[in-house]
Design a protein around this ligand. Structure first.
Ligand SMILES: Nc1ncnc2c1ncn2[C@@H]1O[C@H](COP(=O)(O)OP(=O)(O)O)[C@@H](O)[C@H]1O
Ligand SMILES: [Mg+2]
Length: 345
């Protein structure tokens, strides 16, 4: 695998009238060719500044950005324009030309590239098919739903055959169902066209659904990065933990049965552990067998399953029996069966 985007020690400060804002603080990331890479963080963390540094819409105060082997800071204006042509971008606000039809919106970047009329028209229609809007070429953006507008924006962004597509909160204005359909479309584009995709979002559900790797940004710094699977399974930073637990739906099968009548008092005083498993099937028997083996019940305080990058993942919080020795034996038992056990406080 080759590196498509490398951010080396990038910092960015903004000088306002009366103060200096350090938006990015010594950022390092590597994004491999063909990856779907997430950059997640709260509002104001510096995500948009970071993504704008990737195509030098924002020039870093320090550090370097290397795209497809070229250091952006060393390029002439003409070379920079050229490489920007290989980086598509979509936004929360779609940024379509409202006075132009859907077809003309997509033809626009092709015209700029100087492609022939017939060729452009054929390509634009192909792209409309790809994004599922073949019947909308004559419509104006105002006649489309949010999801459809974002599809047009995606078609326009990939019209010039970019190697990279940057998505800055591209689904943040959409309802969950539409969000999902747009994410599926991005997945398809990644797989079928080999475009490297960078997803900027404040929602872990988006990262979980589509990204392979992720960086968590907080106050202009990366607090944690790695594979989505690894971060979901073993979140190290407080920010990662918060994001992993965000919006988790408690599964009825487990929680309805076990946790409904737990009091907060009980939750506080017991020793609790968190375990993560890769599928339900490998999991339930282990707990069941453990209870049988030790002849002492455990409390399942919380159980979630989530889809991480297409794979079912689950986590459980168990309340262990009071007896210390038994607690250690149970933890050993779970460890011996390959389950990662972590204390929860
Ligand atoms: N052009 C600018 N001038 C001054 N401050 C800015 C500018 N752009 C961003 N900032 C500041 O930098 C920080 C990060 O902003 P931004 O990158 O937009 O965060 P995010 O996209 O994660 O919400 C914020 O404190 C923001 O106010
Ligand atoms: Mg932003």
């Amino acid at each position: 695998m080759s590196c498509m985007i490398e951010v080396r020690d990038v910092s960015k400060t903004f000088q306002d009238k009366d103060r200096t804002v350090q938006a990015l603080n010594h950022i390092n990331i590597r994004i491999e060719e063909g990856d779907i890479y997430g950059i997640i963080g709260m509002s104001g963390a510096g995500k948009s500044t970071l993504v704008r540094c990737l195509n030098f819409l924002e020039v870093p105060t320090e550090g370097s950005v290397i795209v497809d082997g070229q250091e952006l800071g060393a390029l002439s204006d003409r070379e920079l324009r050229q490489i920007r042509g290989s980086i598509g971008m979509i936004f929360q606000s779609f940024n379509l030309l409202m006075q132009k039809t859907v077809l003309d919106n997509i033809l626009f970047p092709l015209k700029i590239q100087g492609r022939g009329k017939a060729e452009s028209l054929e390509r634009a229609r192909d792209l409309l098919k790809t994004v599922g809007l073949a019947d909308k070429e004559k419509a104006y953006p105002s006649q489309l739903s949010g999801g459809q507008r974002q599809r047009v924006a995606i078609a326009r962004a990939i019209a010039s055959d970019p190697k990279i597509l940057l998505c800055d909160e591209a689904t943040s204005a959409l309802d969950p169902q539409t969000t999902n359909s747009i994410l599926q479309l991005l997945k398809k584009i990644n797989q079928e066209m080999g475009i490297t995709i960078v997803i900027i979002t404040h929602q872990m559900s988006v990262v979980r659904e589509i990204c392979h790797n992720v960086a968590i940004v907080e106050h202009g710094s990366i607090v944690e990065d790695g594979s989505v699977e690894e971060i979901f399974t073993h979140p190290k930073s407080r920010a990662a933990r918060e994001l992993v637990f965000e919006g988790s739906e408690t599964s009825e099968t487990f929680a309805g049965r076990h946790a409904a009548d737990r009091t907060m008092e009980e939750l506080r005083e017991k020793r609790r552990i968190r375990i993560v498993f890769t599928s339900n099937s490998s999991f339930e028997p282990v707990i069941g067998n453990m209870v049988l083996k030790f002849g002492t019940p455990v409390n399942i305080l919380k159980a979630d399953t989530k889809d991480v990058d297409g794979v079912a993942r689950g986590e459980m919080i168990l309340g262990l029996p009071d007896e210390r020795e038994l607690q250690e034996k149970m933890i050993d038992y779970l460890n011996a069966r390959g389950l990662a056990v972590e204390e929860v406080n």
